[in-house]
Design a protein around this ligand. Sequence first.
Ligand code: ASP
Ligand code: CP
Length: 312
Amino acid sequence: MSHPSKHLLAIEGLEPPHIADLLDLAESYALLNRSGKTQRDLLKGRTLINLFFEDSTRTRTSFELAGKRLGADVINMSVSTSSVNKGETLLDTASTLNAMQCDLLVIRHAQSGAPALLSQKVDAAVINAGDGTHEHPTQALLDALTIRRHKGRLEGLIVAICGDIAHSRVARSNIHLLGTMGARVRIVGPPTLIPADAARLGVEVFTDMRAGLKDADVVMMLRLQRERMAAGGLVPSAREFFRFYGLDAEKLALAKPDSIVMHPGPMNRGVEIDSAIADHPTRSVIGEQVEMGVACRMAVLDILARRLPRNR
Ligand code: ASP
Ligand code: CP
């Protein structure tokens, strides 16, 4: 089982065998979770700290569950009630946690590059749980696992990632992962929400959603990241955005008849996705994405823990 680093900071830089190993291990954890069994000896004696400087429901909870199912001691640091509010810096907070001999540090931060910076200052293995507009690597892993379970492969699939691409770390991690594994990635959105470096990313760009969805195997919808839109005027009203870029039954009919619909969550129903599609019993795999999130995070913790020194 290979992993090229002590940390998981990004998908960019991982090779196909690294990704395939993580997905295969995650698949075995998905089966274990469905059987109701746990493996509490694997991370026994290890400490995992969740350090979230941005809001989260799925990622934080699933890292907590993943750590506990593998037997780690899990601490959820509440940043809003921590000494960060008394002016302590990110690096001083990290050194404090380091002194407590934390083994695995899961961090989400509004600043792109914050997890990479921390990884140079602490002994723990650092896992990026989303940094600014940069990457959200475990999200891309859980998305890939979900796609693989439905389509049996990633190679050759047409994946349309739609909405606010420019501000989305989910889009960036998915573009790297799916491209590395041989999928054909399209990004679809208004010109104001297409990243300036789109050409470098090796994707096809569509500003007409109907054209972008044509014959897609996978339709991945993204929330408008309003918290990252410093400049106003990037999108028209929510109603108008939905009309042109929201996924409804009429637009979905352009994708392949057996295409699946994904969303990383949280959803804004009626803005980027119609409720009937989000809850569609056969096409929507949004609930399964959340389930695979726990399995993928167990796989990541497992693989990184193998590289940790035994006694810290
Ligand atoms: N939850 C994902 C993220 O933190 C997507 C989103 O917030 O829209 O990047
Ligand atoms: N998809 C995702 O990262 O969700 P949260 O922001 O709720 O963690």
